[in-house]
Design a protein around this ligand. Structure first.
Ligand SMILES: [Zn+2]
Length: 310
């Protein structure tokens, strides 16, 4: 009796264990396939996310102002564009000066500094610069920006400074403010914040003052006449983006580095800019287009500035 019980108990035990094992196997098999399915579902979901991210990110990085934004992260991604468009019109295009017959006198400077550390003629003394603005003021000429070139109803002048040297902020800007004058700085974006050149903060402050227009002098200051059209486009779009992200204002004028250009350069410049400036003298170039505007080079110790204004 006891033996039978034991035997049947063992049998029952075996049956229970077998049943449990079987159901366990079945469950595992089911889980397994389920896991595979859900895994593949999960994978495809991740892929979809990844894909959609990939689809979005080129669009984001394709926006000129966001690529050059330092690391201000996503929240501000669309902000620069909004700012740019909202600030656009009034400060950067102050064409309150009516159209007329006077051709603006365009002056070209580089450094406004007593100390000379390279080619002397690039260094106009601050006292000279001040005296030149006084001459302009005495003649009641209107100051315009390089990105607003047009023939005017009254005599007008466009002060330009190339390269973006730091003295444009430390020396030139205070004089400009004292005279309520306006100037355009053609900035080389690769040089921003490097030794001897303007910082982003200085550029922004001058731009915000409404007295200084920040325009393009390319990213690398290469001789453009040796660049492919593709390289030119890359340079123009990256330098424009950088400047616009700093000032929040449109960049529509270019100064050709070292005044060097050819037909290709002008054609590509036309895709990006409304105005481009050379280093040719207006005295020798009566005929020009908006993309080959000549300028008077103002040297150190210039004794004939009045001639430029007449
Ligand atoms: Zn230059």
């Amino acid at each position: 009796m006891r033996k039978i019980f034991n035997t049947s108990a063992v049998l029952i035990l075996i049956l229970i264990v077998a049943a449990l094992t079987l159901s366990g196997c079945l469950r595992n098999a089911g889980d397994g396939s389920g896991a595979n399915e859900s895994k593949s579902d999960g994978a495809s979901a991740l892929n979809t996310e990844a894909n959609s991210n990939q689809v979005e990110s080129p669009g984001e990085s394709g926006e000129p102002t966001t690529t050059t934004e330092p690391a201000t992260a996503e929240p501000s991604t669309s902000a620069p564009d909004t700012e740019a468009s909202s600030q656009t019109e009034p400060p950067a295009n102050p064409s309150s000066i009516p159209e007329g017959d006077y051709v603006p006198k365009v002056m070209m400077y580089h450094l406004i500094l007593d100390e000379v550390y390279s080619y002397e003629n690039l260094f106009v003394r601050p006292s000279e610069f001040e005296a030149q603005l006084t001459m302009i003021d005495e003649r009641k000429m209107e100051y315009m920006f390089a990105n607003d070139w047009h023939k005017t109803a009254v005599p007008s002048v466009i002060i330009t400074l190339d390269d973006g040297y730091e003295d444009n902020y430390t020396e030139m800007f205070p004089i400009l403010k004292a005279h309520g004058a306006r100037a355009t700085i053609f900035v080389v974006t690769d040089l921003i914040g490097t030794d001897g050149y303007l910082t982003e903060e200085q550029i922004r402050e001058m731009s915000d003052s409404g007295l200084v227009s920040i325009q393009c002098h390319t990213a690398h200051h290469n001789d453009l006449s040796y660049q492919s059209a593709e390289a030119l486009r890359e340079d123009f779009s990256s330098s424009i983006s950088r400047l616009e992200s700093i000032t929040g204002k449109p960049v529509t004028a270019l100064a050709y580095p070292a005044g060097s250009y050819n037909d290709t350069v002008v054609a590509v410049a036309a895709e990006f800019f409304t105005y481009a400036y050379t280093t040719k003298s207006p005295s020798n170039t009566p005929q020009h287009t908006n993309l080959t505007i000549p300028r008077y080079a103002v040297p150190r110790g210039c004794g004939y500035y009045e001639n430029f204004l007449n």
